[in-house]
Design a protein around this ligand. Structure first.
Ligand code: MRU
Length: 368
């Protein structure tokens, strides 16, 4: 599948994270070059780069760049592990981990980077190399780990696409929410991966994208990326999902996920759980698509998942020429909700499809 964009990549020569600014889509395709920790933190916080896997990838590269672009450590001939690297890495990890709370991929990726650094430190114990040699070795392992996180996500999404497609039939109408596409991952997407594969293989899907208030990831991003791929796409407002389900236009609901708890409860973009309730009412299968990096077995149930709350202006002002609500009105703006496991027909991962009871099936796939 040819895609004309890459949401997040490293330009190592320039010491920059290159991010397609998703806040400007679909009117502008503009790539940002982010070199500092604060720039990368801001890009994640403001959803310039967004979607659970892409956030994890950006954070991994961010942690690498925080050390790569700091010349003040690992210089000179003093032998042994450069002690400053530990506090610099911890500060970078801490800052990036404070950008957004719900997608577990962010924390998973930062923990993986830290694990790699710790492993190198253990291997290094007693070594007598000079500071400059340690600097080169540390940067190499961190860069390689970040690349691995990115490349594994691409492979996982491809595999999710194959497993997901096995549940769908030619000519089906599919409803999706938010953007769980190539923009939100290394490539292909999660919930949109079966749609891309189906497009290549002549499945003739008719896709409905919910606009996804308040930040319009469905209208701005899913419509943009599926439109580029030539998919038959119809945009609907979020409150139109019931009519498309009731009138028989939709045979399955496909969504992504930010964190799956051990019992299968799944946090995804606000509005997802309402779609699941409707789908159950109309007897339409509802499928979650997530790489295993999104499964958090440390969260027993959805009640343990922290839900991000965002500024009221995203509801009252964003996208409107003038504020559309009375100044000072009380606003509740949760960015995610949790769909009960009982409403989820299957959770599609790169290692296969998990069916209820999820406590068993997710555990088995995670350990495979
Ligand atoms: O707030 P966002 O745009 O980062 O929310 C993204 C979603 O809810 C996606 O559905 C989820 O991260 C899965 S992306 C493959």
């Amino acid at each position: 599948m040819t895609l004309k964009f890459e949401p997040v990549r490293l330009d190592d020569g320039a010491g920059a994270l290159v991010v397609l600014d998703q806040t400007l889509l679909p009117s502008q395709t503009h790539y940002l070059r982010l070199c500092t920790l604060e720039e990368i933190w801001e890009a994640i916080r403001q959803l310039r780069v967004r979607g659970a896997p892409a956030i994890g990838i950006a954070a991994a590269y961010g942690a690498y760049l925080a050390l790569r672009n700091n010349p003040d450590w690992g210089q000179g001939a003093r032998p042994g592990w450069p002690a400053e690297v530990d506090s610099l890495f911890a500060a970078a990890k801490n800052r990036l981990a404070n950008s957004r709370p719900t997608a577990v991929n962010l924390f998973w990726a930062l923990d993986r980077m830290e694990g790699r650094l710790n492993a190198l430190r253990s291997e290094a114990a007693g070594g007598a190399s000079a500071g400059t040699a340690w600097r080169a070795a540390i940067l190499a392992v961190l860069r390689d780990e970040a690349h691995a996180i990115r490349n594994e996500d691409e492979a996982a999404c491809r595999s999710i696409g194959e497993h997901g497609l096995s549940l769908l039939k030619k000519g089906w109408g599919l409803l999706t929410h938010c953007n769980a596409g190539a923009l939100a991952t290394a490539r292909y997407g999660t919930a949109l991966a079966p749609i891309y594969l189906g497009q290549e293989r002549g499945y003739g899907f008719k896709v409905f994208a919910g606009e996804t208030r308040p930040l319009l990831q469905g209208a701005r991003l899913t419509a943009w990326e599926l439109g580029q791929a030539g998919v038959d796409l119809t945009l609907i407002c979020d409150n139109m999902s019931s009519i498309v389900m009731k009138s028989g236009k939709v045979q399955a609901v496909l969504v992504g996920c930010d964190r799956v708890a051990a019992n299968g409860d799944s946090a995804n973009k606000i509005g997802t759980s309402g779609l699941a309730v409707l789908a159950a009412h109309y007897d339409i299968p509802f499928y979650i698509h997530a790489p295993l990096s999104t499964v958090d077995l440390a969260c027993a149930t959805g009640a343990d998942i922290r839900i991000e709350e965002r500024p009221p202006e995203e509801v009252t002002e964003a996208w409107y020429a003038k504020p559309m609500a009375p100044r000072g009105v009380k606003v509740y703006n949760p960015a995610f909700d949790v769909t009960d496991a009982s409403l989820i027909g299957a959770i599609i991962t790169e290692r296969g499809i998990a069916y209820p009871p999820y406590g068993e099936s997710l555990g088995r796939l995670s350990r495979a």
